[in-house]
Design a protein around this ligand. Structure first.
Ligand code: TXA
Ligand code: MG
Length: 313
């Protein structure tokens, strides 16, 4: 049986909370991408989640919270981390912080790391559900491991519908790109994954340079596999124009049959369209050419996802 797609209502939020408290899996909208939620305190639920996603077990999960109290019960905030959270939460930013010994998020969710990834999402349906549930929910993007992240309820149904209990439909995601992940090393900010919050905004707010994660040894960022977000089609990046048999993902003007991430060259709009347009071209073409995308603002995250989607072992 495939999971029903239901609108956000007090009754469906209550149903979702009940399924989660029994160890079940529910797909939820967030402003970034749809997440596959499970009870962060229930190891069996998390094992089920890894199985449903077909995710390598060493990849830890983000715990989603809906209040400062809930966040501080799980992890220790340095003053810098606190400043950052206060500036951008609720929103598309995940902070990797030292996990508290007495936190409720279980070891399996952290893949045994001493740190915990925490996020307070902005989407009302997500925070309403966490509030009703009363404790953190882990939620990786609601796609099978290696597939493109879902930005609509229907994408979740296609990829995971047979493996989960319920899909809450919050419409298309506003940001359309996973959260930015920020860690700290000697209290200096390190970007572990570019995402829905432009890195320049973090640097501006903190008055500090945000170092890119360069694979150096001290911070562990296990999720950064080179191949990720893999469409079936082969991608050719920084293409001026498509070849005969290629689909074209443009940035700026385009011709009928192709798609444009943003005809007016807006990176926010492009981020919101990226995964959906990749999906759509992937069903029609074996090769996809992609226009050059500027690397500023959300362009950093867009280029990161495109490079991963283009990567072949
Ligand atoms: O926008 C998002 O972040 C979405 C929505 C649903 O919230 N979630 C999401 O989760 O993208 P996921 O599981 O697809 O990606 C989480 C990333 C992984 O690459 C993982 O390795 C990293 O976060 N991560 C989790 N815990 C970590 C930790 N303690 N240290 C370093 N990286 C961590
Ligand atoms: Mg993911």
């Amino acid at each position: 049986m495939t999971a029903p797609i239901v609108p956000i209502l007090p009754e469906t939020i209550a149903l979702a909370a009940e399924i989660l408290s029994e160890g079940g899996l529910v797909a939820i909208p967030t402003e970034t991408v749809y997440g596959l939620a499970a009870d962060a305190a229930n190891p069996e639920a998390i094992a089920r989640l890894y199985e449903a996603k077909g995710r390598p077990r060493f990849n830890p999960l983000i715990a989603h919270v809906s209040s400062w109290e809930m966040a501080e019960r799980e992890a220790a905030f340095s003053p810098l981390a606190r400043t950052c959270a206060e500036a951008f939460w609720p929103g598309p930013l995940t902070l990797v912080l030292p996990a508290r010994e007495d936190g409720r998020v279980v070891d399996l969710a952290r893949a045994g790391l001493g740190t915990l990834a925490l996020r307070w999402p902005k989407q009302r349906a997500a925070t309403a559900l966490i509030e009703v549930f009363g404790r953190p929910l882990v939620a990786p993007s609601a796609n099978r491991s290696g597939h493109i992240s879902p930005t609509r309820a229907e994408h979740v149904a296609e990829d995971l519908g047979e493996r989960i209990s319920l899909i809450l439909d919050g419409g298309p995601c506003d940001v359309g790109m996973e959260s930015s992940i920020l860690g700290f090393e000697d209290d200096e900010p390190v970007l572990l994954r570019p995402g829905g919050l432009p890195t320049e905004m973090i640097a501006d707010r903190l008055g500090k340079r945000v170092r890119a994660y360069g694979g150096h040894a001290r911070i562990n960022a296990p999720g950064q596999l080179k191949s990720h977000y893999a469409p079936k089609a082969r991608l050719r990046l920084n293409a001026a124009a498509p070849e005969d048999d290629e689909g074209f993902l443009a940035f700026g003007s385009f011709v009928p049959g192709d798609l444009s991430l943003s005809t007016r060259g807006d990176l926010v709009e492009a981020a919101a369209n990226l995964f959906e347009m990749l999906r759509s071209l992937d069903t029609r073409f074996e090769r996809i050419a992609v226009s050059p995308i500027p690397g500023t603002g959300l362009g950093e995250a867009i280029n990161d996802r495109l490079e991963r989607a283009a990567y072949r072992e």
